[in-house]
Design a protein around this ligand. Structure first.
Ligand code: GDP
Length: 458
């Protein structure tokens, strides 16, 4: 996500930090680079102009000039302004959904065809029913969610939502193309009330462009449903167009927020930076994969940190916590403490944990730039492929072999390699990795991180 922008801005940040003295000319030079980076990321020109003007004004002020480390202070200013640009001034709760209303809380999904409405409806339903929703930073528990499609123009759209709902295991209310969208909405609201749903998400029809009929229809659904959240779904790949469409919608419909999808693609990402400025509406979520867990709440401050190459450790930890099996992690911690033998079964469990943490690419992107670089040119796809191969090898072993790796002599290794469809060298490589890890475990047990670091050559 936003790789190029991050790379460019982290470079500028690095130079800025190193400057002991800020002069008119080196400040200008840095601002020029920030400006270029933003324009190249496809941030709208007026937004860039405004942003640079604000940073410049503050750069000349006491806050920077009078500080002990002006370069560092200037980075601080850029970070603050970037945060504000993306909606940071609204406070941390702006990215939260407000579901406090009398249940069912209705969420109305709007957007052009192909923007990712149906996918996002499924992701949101999962997010809410898994209990990730927060209010004032606190989790509010698992929600009982109902989804319905009011897209009567494309019967396939209704089927698609049905499939998505089944996938995320939330209730789907069937609708029929012979009904009017209003009838569907009324029926769904009634059903949700009678069956005590906490949340009703209404997916709507999208068109190829904005037209009057579409606006009228969504407006009448809005009046009828009185939603607590009206979310506009846009495709980041559309760049500035996405922002313009969002603005047109925001002018016609009281949107409460925007969801930007496909930020995992090769979108330059500028849309995510400009949408708040242009529409006046907060970006609440971003879609980062096609999968149903590929939805992340949007936090302006963290995003600013991320694009400046400072990483986003808070989100990283949250992502890990969302997906990690606490019981498993505790079991592992105990194992280390007790000094029990760490065998290949444990090794496999660990891999499964890593896999559960989520897609590698999105994890790596949250690390500060220098770490991500240290992780090598680790392409997300490659990391996952490697993980699958390693798993294949482990699965080709018998439980006994995993429990007693010393059993693995040449002939068994050949059998395992054939079973996993890899060369024998890969089996050896895995066993080496395991030996190293087992060695580390022993060091940890003996106490002494320092010793361990030495063993790692650190
Ligand atoms: P709708 O017409 O607005 O309902 O759009 P869909 O939900 O059918 O999505 C259109 C396409 O975009 C589908 O192929 C989705 O899998 C894909 N898509 C949606 N959100 C994301 C995302 O965040 N990342 C990626 N890579 N693909 C997405």
């Amino acid at each position: 996500m936003l790789d190029n922008l991050t790379q460019r801005l982290s470079r500028v940040v690095k130079t800025m930090r190193g400057e002991a003295r800020l002069t008119e000319s080196n400040t200008q030079q840095m601002l020029r680079e920030v400006r270029m980076a933003l324009l190249e990321a496809d941030v709208a020109l007026p937004v860039v102009r405004d942003f640079i003007a604000r940073v410049k004004e503050r750069a000349l002020g006491q806050e920077v000039v009078g500080s002990l480390n002006p370069g560092q202070a200037l980075v601080g200013v850029v970070h603050k302004e970037l945060t504000a640009l993306m909606g940071g001034d609204l406070g941390a709760e702006a990215s939260e959904l407000s579901l406090a209303a009398q249940p069912p809380a209705v969420i109305l999904m709007a957007g052009l065809q192909g923007a990712g409405k149906t996918t996002t409806t499924g992701k949101l339903a999962k997010w809410l029913s898994d209990g990730h929703h927060t209010q004032g930073g606190r989790k509010t528990g698992k929600k009982k969610v109902l989804v319905v499609s009011a897209d009567v123009y494309r019967p396939a759209a209704i089927d698609q939502l049905k499939a998505v709902a089944a996938q995320v295991k939330v209730d789907f209310l069937p609708s029929d193309p012979s009904q009017t969208p209003e009838d569907i909405a009324r029926g769904a609201l009634d059903h949700a009330r009678r069956h005590f749903y906490d949340v009703l998400i209404v997916d709507t029809a999208g068109r190829l462009g904005i037209d009057e009929a579409m606006m009228r229809e969504i407006r009448s659904l809005y009046d009828l449903l009185n939603p607590v959240e009206t979310l506009f779904v846009v495709d980041a790949m559309q760049g500035q167009d996405a922002v313009n469409v969002a603005k047109a919608f925001a002018d016609a419909l009281p949107l409460t927020g925007v969801v930007m999808t496909k930020l995992d693609g090769d979108a330059r990402g500028g849309a995510a930076l400009s949408v708040r400025h242009v529409t006046g509406k907060p970006l609440k979520f971003v879609g980062v994969s096609e999968k149903m867990d590929g939805l992340e709440p949007f936090h302006p401050e963290r995003m600013a940190q991320r694009v400046l190459g400072m990483g986003d450790i808070v989100s990283l930890v949250e992502q890990a916590q969302r997906n990690i099996d606490i019981a498993e992690a505790e079991k592992f911690a105990k194992k280390i403490k007790s000094g029990d033998k760490f065998d290949l079964n444990d090794f496999r469990d660990q891999l499964q944990q890593v896999k559960k943490m989520g897609d590698m690419g999105s994890l790596l992107q949250k690390l500060p730039a220098q770490f991500a670089a240290a992780a090598g040119q680790l392409q997300s796809g490659q990391a996952e492929k490697q993980l699958r191969r390693t798993e294949g090898i482990l699965n080709s072993m018998t439980p006994q072999e995993r429990a007693k790796p010393e059993l693995l002599k040449a002939s068994r290794k050949r059998r395992i390699a054939a079973g996993a469809g890899v060369p024998v060298q890969e089996v050896n490589r895995l066993l080496n990795q395991y030996q190293q890890m087992a060695g580390m475990m022993k060091q940890m047990k003996k106490g002494g991180m320092a010793k361990m670091m030495r063993a790692m050559g650190g």
